[in-house]
Design a protein around this ligand. Sequence first.
Ligand SMILES: [Zn+2]
Length: 512
Amino acid sequence: MTATMVRARHLITRTLDRHTHEQFDDAALIQEDGIVTAIGAWDDLRARYPDMTVLGSGQEVVLPGFVNGHHHVGLTPVQLGSPDMPLELWFITRLLCRNVNLRLDTLYSAFEMLASGVTTVQHIHGWIPGTLNDVEAASNAVIGAYEEIGMRVSYCFALRDQNRLVYQADQDFVASLPEALQGPMARHFARFRMSLDDNFDLFRHLRARHEGKERVRVQLAPANLHWCSDAALTKLAEVSAGEDVPMHMHLLETAFQKEYAARRGGCTAVEYIDRFGLVTKNLTLGHGVWLSEKDIDRLAEVGACVCHNCSSNFRLRSGIAPLNRLEARGVTTAIGTDEAGINDDRDMLQEMRMVLRAHRTPGVGDEVPTMQQVLRMATAGGARTTAFEGRIGTLEVGKAADLVMLDWQQVAWPFLDEATPVLDAVLQRAKMGGVRATMVAGEVLYQDGRFTRVDQDAALKALHEDLSKALTTDEVERRGLSKALLPHVRQFYEGYFDPGTHQPFYRQNSMA
Ligand SMILES: [Zn+2]
């Protein structure tokens, strides 16, 4: 049995409501074999267990580990040569992504996440070419990297079986292109060789392989409405209900996606997937920027969740999600960094501040995010969207010992008035450099700038060397294709008219 006593100047265990949380001062938490077994006053617990290993100097603030509710890749698109663009054009610039080493790539962002206090990640994997065997090997490489570094991962492979590049059938899009582009485009689509059924075999194989592991869960991910055929939606709803497994689905990220749903079903995107039985407590929507009031009511009614990807929405010109309205209706919300946050990294402390600041609408009412709300989103809210629900998200006896320790000095030096509540100070002032330790399942994975299981310098050097090699033939072809496609795709969306008004849909909507 391994046991640790975590000492805290301030121990924040959970939020209670929008304005209150549970906090113990001069406290300690005991973990045994990865589970929290006691929380109490430092003096009492120390007297009871004088020989137990102690973590912490008594100058740290301890919080539940953060959950990054929506994450995809290691190196960011910017690092790989894809500039930020409106989402629909960005899909095209993303074509030039490199064939990265998935172990090293996954470790790269895991370093950033652990160093900012993230203990669990919802990894939504996508765009792996090849057959079921290839995708399964890639999935296991990603999961394996998290296991290697020790992070908790809720893994899903995003199911796409149509409209892979624009909101139009692949063959129609190929046919619409100049002849010179048709071959390269068709060749790119042909790289992805998983059938619809293969996606469910992948899910079953991964579940079987990782069953019973403390830090790995496997769930489902309908990639987005435009990417899923009706047959795919039907099957996803069936498997999710049958196995009671969570689903994470990008939805209504942009106004174009709202318009797409109207064209496909004469309704909203939420109403459309609701026809197939997807809107349940097992569903989390990624983004949900363009939800209608009725959609929000429906999500609240069934207990579905929304993962808020605040930085991503700013960067890709998607709009501002109706977070305050979701909160007012009691919809469970989480926080995700998506491809990367506002500083082009996976700094969860920064992303929490983004969420705190981006929704401060004018007025004097209580509708804007509170400190407790943001902490809840980054912990228990995020936990609720993963397959670890009930095990993580708060620090309570019987739950997993997943926590982050922040240096109080970094927050409070050289002066902090006692009138400023601890949580307010932490959420507004704590930086990655002040993260003293990150613990998952009772094991310290990161402490004072060092990762305990993986040599960060060696991994980054290997990543650098791996990408220093010459481009492969398919990488060269995709670079050319990406550049040549951009004007055609821009034209496609400029002509994306609302059938009712014959106006471009996105121009009729305020982004507020
Ligand atoms: Zn995403």
